[in-house]
Design a protein around this ligand. Structure first.
Ligand SMILES: *Cc1c(COP(=O)(O)O)cnc(C)c1O
Length: 400
């Protein structure tokens, strides 16, 4: 193990992403080592006893902790400016654990309505089945937050920018209101990535990621993470929940994601620049009803996005005429861009939310979330942006 003279917390993000959390083994390898092991051995029964009593800090079982996973957790924590980080098996296990570890029957959660499909299921169906009230509000309307948070509340959950309509929610304003109501604020920061937005600095208590998305970024592995600076939450609620229910990150996936983090800054920067250019291009195309992108002046929360995000994110949404048929024509017309419900990949991916990610919702619920049948979500990748624009232009022309 090498000790650095300089505190990694003082490094700039690009340096933290390449070097943060690295612990070399006795073989002095350059690249992070992959520890594919479920268990660990003890020199003596005395040592095992000490480890289980918590008198000796060491690895005991990979459901609790693993050296490769620990490197990922340290690197993510540095980048986020968080004291605690737990990597998980998927983004959804991170969302569920962050909420379930702290909620009891009779409790109340308030969430923004524009949510990823599975997050919506957790708030509106799963938690209520355990006697936890789930209330949805229009996340962009502070009056609705005021009303919902006028009663004591245990947790607030929101996504900003939201999936798939790229709504921006005022994290600072909602956190202030939530704290007055006694709630722990949990933010799903997947669309912004840790490069573009730092919710803990804006008043959030807990941040969750799907590392399946930009953190892996090359479509290879599932994973998630939960970060916070709250010792009581991390040590007394989350840790026992994770240890005993076991949504642990695989060391192999953690290793892929560690290597993914090395280029996160570069990839997100380039993908965001491409996304802005694609969004501007789509705005000029005849027949496109609306373009949703927080980096466009036409976005309803453009000013707010500028205050809490470094730029507009890697995802663009837009509405084509002709509802479902129009959208399907458009998706059938693209050649380079792949049809996929994944996002944050180096390959550009296009999806029709109304029939895939948000298909389970009722027509009314989709309407409330602004998901028209003609809405298309595009996760912009690392290809040459000219090829992407040409691909989209060809597909749009083919619709007529
Ligand atoms: C993908 C996604 C999740 C779930 O992550 P998985 O890794 O697929 O479990 C949660 N929230 C948002 C915003 C996502 O895009």
């Amino acid at each position: 193990m090498t000790t650095k003279k300089n505190d990694p917390q003082n490094w700039r993000p690009a340096t933290q992403l390449v070097r943060g959390g690295t612990e070399r083994s006795r073989f002095d390898e350059t690249s992070e080592a992959l520890f594919m092991t479920s268990g660990y051995v003890y020199a003596s029964p005395e040592e095992a006893e000490q480890a289980f009593k918590g008198e000796k800090e060491r690895f005991v079982y990979s459901r609790y902790a693993n050296p490769t996973v620990a490197m990922l957790e340290k690197r993510l924590a540095l980048l986020e400016g968080a004291t605690y980080c737990n990597a998980t098996a998927s983004g959804m296990s991170a969302v569920f654990a962050a909420l379930a570890c702290q909620l009891n029957s009779g409790d109340r959660v308030v969430a923004s309505r524009a949510l990823f499909g599975s997050c919506h299921y957790i708030i509106t169906e799963l938690l209520p089945s355990f006697g936890i009230e789930g209330v949805l509000v229009d996340g962009t309307d502070l009056d609705q937050w005021d009303e919902a948070l006028s009663k004591p509340t245990n947790a607030v959950f929101l996504e900003t920018p939201s999936n798939p309509t790229l709504e921006i929610i005022d994290i600072k304003a909602v956190a202030e209101r939530a704290h007055k109501a006694g709630a722990c604020v949990v933010i799903d920061n997947v669309f912004a990535t840790p490069v573009l937005q730092k919710p803990l600095q804006l008043g959030a208590d807990v941040v969750v990621y799907s590392s399946t998305k930009h953190i892996d970024g090359q479509g290879r592995s599932m994973g998630g993470a939960i970060l916070s600076n709250d010792q009581e939450f991390a040590e007394e609620k989350l840790k026992p929940f994770l240890r005993n229910t076991g949504p642990s990150a695989s060391p192999f996936n953690a290793w892929l994601q560690l290597k993914g983090l090395e280029t996160l800054d570069l990839r997100v920067g380039k993908m965001t620049a491409n996304a802005l250019e694609v969004a501007r291009f789509l705005e000029t195309q005849e027949g496109i009803h609306k373009v949703f992108y927080p980096g466009l002046e036409s976005h309803p929360q453009f000013a707010l996005a500028k205050t809490q995000m470094d730029s507009g994110s890697t995802i663009v949404a837009f509405e084509v005429p002709g509802g479902r048929d129009g959208a399907f024509k458009m998706l059938n017309g693209v050649d380079i861009i792949d049809i996929s419900n994944n996002l944050g990949d180096s390959k550009s991916l296009i999806t029709h939310p109304a029939t895939t990610t948000h298909q389970r919702l009722s027509v009314e619920e989709r309407a409330l979330m602004g998901i028209d049948d003609g809405l298309i979500r595009l996760s912009v990748g690392l290809e040459d942006v000219e090829d992407l624009k040409e691909d989209l232009e060809r597909a749009l022309k083919g619709m007529h």
